[in-house]
Design a protein around this ligand. Structure first.
Ligand code: GTP
Ligand code: MG
Length: 206
């Protein structure tokens, strides 16, 4: 991930138009503002390669980044919710289902907010369509050090989050969900990024 230069490959709003290729792809999905673009920057060790913002809805198209000397493609998806295009959910699913070189989706969950309706819907769609996916907790630094008192009271302990996630996986995971749940943070300190890299390498057989 760090040895070769990273390259921005393409950005697309119309997913159907992107020709298939041979390079394996993994995709990062989740609600707006969950930290998809940030985790990609952490993975690629490239600040600002994928655009991030404190305002939800930053990523407005699917962006592809080439890593490892063109051996692997990482996909940054637009987030669900917050005024994102209605049809995106369906289009993204259709893309993942039909894409030959697609290997695994990483569904990001912000553990402070927990699972929302749309997360369940995505997991069920993955299961129905046989799309392989793995859950990734983002921003776990917030569990360690909630800044404000109000946050401290409302913030669950990491063990509670894991129990919750395991329960949800049992009820909604279906056959295409991989059981191992990764705990990460992209900033201010990186955590679990190497574990995520290994998961990507295992998923793609690289
Ligand atoms: P959209 O493109 O709008 O769907 O959002 P996204 O999922 O790509 O989120 P993005 O990476 O842009 O991050 C959203 C906000 O969360 C930014 O303000 C980031 O700085 C912040 N953020 C991302 N990762 C972390 C993290 O690990 N810890 C903390 N504390 N903040 C984070
Ligand atoms: Mg983004």
């Amino acid at each position: 991930f760090e040895k070769y230069p990273v390259r921005f490959l393409w950005g697309a709003e119309e997913f159907a138009s992107i020709p298939d290729g041979a390079v394996p792809e993994v995709a990062f999905l989740g609600r707006s503002n969950v930290g998809k673009s940030s985790i990609l920057n952490a993975l690629m060790a490239q600040k600002g390669m994928a655009r991030t913002s404190s305002k939800p809805g930053r990523t407005k198209q699917m962006n592809a980044f080439s890593v490892g000397g063109a051996r692997l493609t990482l996909l940054d998806m637009p987030g669900y919710g917050h005024g994102s295009r209605e049809s995106w959910g369906r289009e993204i699913m259709e893309y993942l289902r039909s894409r030959k070189q697609f290997r695994r989706a990483f569904l990001l969950i912000d553990p402070v907010h927990g699972f929302k309706e749309v997360d369940m819907m995505i997991m069920e769609a993955f299961a129905d369509m046989g799309i392989p996916y793995q859950l990734v907790l983002s921003k776990t630094d917030k569990l360690d050090e909630p800044k404000k008192k109000r946050e401290r009271l409302a913030t669950p302990h990491i063990n509670e989050v894991f129990m919750d996630v395991q329960g949800v996986m049992r009820d909604h995971g279906g056959h295409s969900g991989f059981g191992e749940i990764l705990a990460t943070s992209s900033e201010p300190v990186k955590k679990g990024i190497n574990e995520l890299r290994w998961a990507i390498l295992r998923a793609t057989g690289l």
